[in-house]
Design a binder for this molecule. Structure first.
Ligand code: OOG
Ligand code: NI
Length: 463
């Protein structure tokens, strides 16, 4: 029997092989990431593994896919459900982007610590919003919905195997093999001819709309390795002649602990695609839709920490608008130094980031009673704190990654009222609860605190 996590690990590995064949620059990115990680490990020793063992970090990937309808998203949820991955978080990229990115998204990922440690694979999954009149008029909306309703992204056999794997949390070896082959094939770039006129109609609205709704299949859009020093990675890729986007998204490089998520990307080369013209002939064309992305992960922040992050990003925007020549990263660094606590201890004490706690093996053994507050317990050596790694995404960064890899701005009519979507809507559409990332991190922290309280026989709860 092949268990869910084994299926997930095998799927991630096969997807990676497939994507490396399709997009050779991805292989370069993986190689350079591995080199950087080894160098960081050599230079920093155990500190380099503060946010995850090197084996996990090296294997870690996130993918991105895009689908057209709630029905398709529901099927995606079944395929990933088979792999023990659940929808976490709701991202509205229509609001986070200035140009036309007509999608809402969630991320499918394992949710418990042990599962994440076994295979930390996640997939950022976006769904087109044809009902949003800012992007699609009635006529285009109805043509788009008709087109999408007529395609099949996932064969019935795959979905049936997926349902079994999810229900039984494992598959016999032969079925596992069948599932993996069908699942990987569902995310390969199709060589079926694309209707050129239809694709271009959608492209005028948004390149993302064309990539999703202009073709009869879906594909993996990027697969992102994790790196321990993203600035160094950026330098080395540039040195190799790979043209990166001009920024690293997310928090700046600074002297304090890594927080949340930093990401950067490069545009993949044009890929050959067959295009069918209105007279029925098939041309060999080329489309540039996929890209390479890399990320560095930091500590998960609480709602308060996130509000601080969002406030600082807004301040960077404001200052940058006032000083057009200024370097955004420098502005951000200065603001971070001023407003963000520079140590894990202070982040914890101020309730800005999540940690898991455990009783210290070398705690005082002189018969004294432990203090009752978590900060004192840590301060006085009774308890150790380990940072919780951020497992999710950032809407603004995601929108930035989308946008920096689009060729045109597309079009968007801001006079119209946007169609409303939220986490609850998404839960209903896919018939599964879209989980709240903050609640997941908090539960992890609270479980560890409860365990500490039990072991130290404290009368009152910690937290
Ligand atoms: C998804 C872009 C967002 C990330 O890492 O923030 C993303 C896409 O391009 O489909 O993957
Ligand atoms: Ni990504």
């Amino acid at each position: 029997m092949i268990s869910q996590w084994q299926l997930r690990a095998a799927f991630a590995a096969r997807l990676s092989d497939m994507y490396g064949r399709e997009v050779p620059a991805y292989t370069t990115l993986v190689d350079v990431s591995r080199e950087v990680n080894q160098d960081v490990l050599r230079a920093q020793g155990a500190d380099a593994e503060r946010l995850g063992a090197i084996s996990r970090v090296t294997a870690e990937r996130h993918g991105a896919i895009r689908v057209g309808t709630p029905a398709e998203l529901r099927q995606v949820a079944r395929v990933f459900g088979a792999l023990g991955m659940h929808p976490v978080g709701f991202y509205d990229l229509r609001e986070a982007a200035s140009s036309a990115v007509p999608v809402v998204s969630t991320a499918f990922r394992p949710v418990d610590g042990e599962e994440l440690a076994r295979s930390p694979f996640r997939v950022f999954t976006s769904m087109l919003t044809p009902a949003d009149p800012r992007f699609f008029d009635d006529d285009l909306r109805s043509r788009l919905e008709t087109f999408l309703a007529a395609r099949e992204l996932f064969p019935q056999e795959l979905l049936a195997l997926a349902d079994r794997a999810e229900a039984e949390r494992e598959l016999p070896e032969d079925d596992a093999e069948g599932f993996l082959q069908l699942a990987v094939a569902a995310f390969e770039l199709s060589n079926q001819p694309i209707d050129k006129a239809w694709y271009e109609t959608l492209e005028r609205v948004s390149a993302v709309a064309a990539d999703i709704g202009g073709v009869r299949s879906t594909h993996i859009n990027h697969l992102t390795p994790r790196v321990l020093d993203i600035d160094e990675l950026y330098r080395r890729m540039t040195e190799r002649g790979v043209e990166m986007i001009d920024t690293i998204q997310g928090p700046p490089r600074w002297k304090g602990p890594d927080l949340l998520l930093r990401q950067t990307s490069f545009r993949a080369l044009a890929e050959p695609r067959a295009l069918r013209t209105p007279d029925g002939s098939v041309l060999s064309g080329a489309l540039r839709v996929r890209f390479g992305e890399v990320e560095a992960r930091g500590i998960a922040v609480t709602r308060e920490g996130r509000a601080l992050y969002d406030r600082l990003i807004a301040l960077v925007d404001q200052q940058a608008a006032l000083r057009p020549g200024a370097d955004r990263a420098e502005l951000a660094r200065a603001l971070w130094a001023e407003h963000v606590p520079g140590t894990e201890r202070e982040l914890a004490a101020q309730g800005l980031a999540y940690f898991t706690y455990s009783v210290a093996p070398d705690r005082p053994r002189d018969g004294s009673r432990p203090p009752t507050g978590i900060n004192d317990l840590v301060e006085q050596g009774w308890v150790r704190a380990e940072p919780v790694v951020y497992e999710d995404f950032l809407p603004r960064s995601a929108a930035g990654i989308f946008q920096s890899n689009l060729s045109g701005e597309g079009s968007r009519d801001n006079e119209q009222e946007g169609a409303a979507y939220d986490s609850e809507w998404l839960s209903g559409a896919i018939d599964r609860e879209v989980l709240d990332p903050f609640a997941l991190y908090r539960r992890q922290q609270n479980n560890s605190l409860a365990q500490v309280a039990r072991e130290l026989q404290l009368d009152s709860a910690l937290g």
